[in-house]
Design a protein around this ligand. Structure first.
Ligand code: NAD
Length: 439
């Protein structure tokens, strides 16, 4: 199929590259010229496992190209995937500005195009957004009826940053919210050959399913971290507790997100929980469990600050800055929040994150770092050694092998504060100079 993908961020560039590698002819569209140029040079606009090789290959074969020209992309395609961001507004509600803008642009181009074209929304949006906000925009521009003259579907994305290429080819499920059967069929044709169960549901149901997933992931992490903190206080190995808890398959518990570790963050879970709670409040529905997931997460983050305070040391190293290992994504990163809390308390901080530095060098996240995090940019170190030489206490929030192999053992060097339950945590916890947030 000929496909246009709007938004070349984490979701869009992975969808565009993977669809191209499945044999589709794909054009990616972004308003950010840096991302367009990177893709056309065969380079990934984000740091993710395998994405660099996939993009290099599909750009080389001509299956993927990028442009800033919406009209050209629409003229050249039968299906559009909308993957623009839907961040939080300051009051916690869902920001639909990018969605509305891109839908207007697509609608204006479709009015010129003629013939049936299907618009597939992959961005996360609250139930009702597609039918009540976006479909009227498309119908206004095209002058026709959605489901008859224009195809419309909602196809939420379930990839996890860090393993997104793997997740694309082996999805946990495929959800298609279809306005009419032909719209759903167009989405089915896109993913033909991929494993996993497919659910064809009404459009608002598809929108809601994504919130069910993200709210539950946040809840699981909060649950595991609170349990971990209580176990630690009572001298119990929380990972052993969870090993046994998770072995109980009769209750059908997936182990994902249930390992005590650090606070969650990123561009999805916090903002999706916020907008869900906001929507519930507006609808006058009381949701005490959901409203307390983010405060629980914030309390957990504070435990890391308290561990640093307990050491009495002032020179601190932080390994990892992105919101989780394996990505360069800094949005709502709990490690950024931790760095800021420490920086704000006057600690002498140095930070190392190879993915973040690589992305800064490529230019992909340079603007984000320089405009949003100038206070932390100056603390970024080029090498692991630079941080180890500086620090009296090191917080480890990454699984970067270069960091793990350099960490000293047995109290020989800085105190190690393990935020994520390192692979050798069981040995380290018997050594002096090791403190764990999640034992
Ligand atoms: P992102 O911010 O990384 O990327 C969005 C891209 O859209 C940016 O490159 C931006 O320049 C571009 N854009 C904005 N307006 C545009 C326009 N008018 N035309 C073309 N491009 C435009 O966002 P993301 O992390 O990829 O997330 C996208 C959506 O997918 C969000 O709704 C998010 O909640 C959802 N989602 C994200 C993930 C994830 O792990 N990041 C997973 C599942 C779902």
């Amino acid at each position: 199929m000929r496909v246009s993908v709007f938004g070349l961020g984490y979701v869009g560039c992975v969808s565009a590259a993977c669809l191209a590698s499945m044999g589709h002819e794909v054009v990616g569209v972004d308003v950010n010229q840096v991302k367009v140029d990177l893709v056309n040079d065969g380079k990934a606009p984000v740091v993710e496992e395998r994405i660099g090789e996939v993009i290099a290959e599909v750009v080389r074969t001509g299956a993927l190209r990028a442009t800033g020209d919406v009209r050209e992309a629409i003229m050249d395609s039968e299906v559009s995937l909308v993957c623009v961001g839907t961040p939080s507004e300051p009051n916690g509600s869902l920001c639909t500005t990018y969605l509305e803008r891109v839908t207007e642009e697509i609608g204006a181009a479709l009015a010129e195009r003629g013939g049936r074209h299907t618009v597939v929304f992959r961005s996360t949006m609250l139930p009702g957004t597609c039918l009540n906000l976006l479909v009227p925009i498309l119908e206004k521009y095209v002058g026709g009826t959605a489901g008859v003259d224009i195809g419309v579907a909602v196809n939420p994305e379930f990839l996890r940053e860090g393993t997104s290429v793997r997740d694309f080819f082996d999805p946990p499920k495929t959800v298609i919210g279809e306005l009419d059967a032909a719209s759903g069929d167009a989405v089915m044709a896109l993913y033909e050959g991929l494993p996993g169960e497919v659910f064809r549901v009404p459009v608002p149901t598809a929108e809601a399913i994504k919130y069910a997933d993200n709210a539950f992931h946040g809840l699981k992490i909060g649950f595991a971290n609170e349990l971990g903190a209580v176990c630690q206080a009572l001298g119990v190995d929380s990972h052993q507790v969870m090993d046994v808890f998770l072995a109980d398959r009769k209750l059908n518990i997936s182990p994902a997100y249930l390992r005590p570790g650090f606070a969650f963050g990123g561009s999805c879970l916090p903002k999706d929980l916020r907008s869900l709670v906001y929507a519930a409040k507006r609808a006058d529905v009381s949701v005490p469990i959901l409203s307390h997931v983010l405060p629980s997460n914030s309390d957990h983050l504070q435990r890391a600050v308290e561990l640093v305070e307990r050491t009495g040391k002032r020179r601190v190293g932080l390994f990892g800055l992105s919101f989780k290992p394996g990505t360069d994504d800094l949005r709502e990163s709990p490690l950024v929040e931790l760095a800021e809390r420490l920086f704000g308390r006057g600690y002498d901080l140095r930070i190392h994150d190879a993915n973040v530095s690589l992305s800064r060098l490529l230019g992909a996240n340079r603007e984000y770092i320089e405009t949003r995090l100038p206070h932390l940019a100056q603390l970024l170190a080029d090498s692991v050694d630079e941080v180890l030489e500086h620090a009296e206490v090191c917080l480890v929030g990454t699984r970067d092998p270069a960091v793990l192999s350099a960490l000293p053992h047995g109290g020989d060097g800085p105190v190690i504060i393990d935020l994520i339950h390192l692979p050798d945590a069981d040995t380290r916890r018997t050594e002096p100079g090791y403190m764990g947030l999640a034992w």
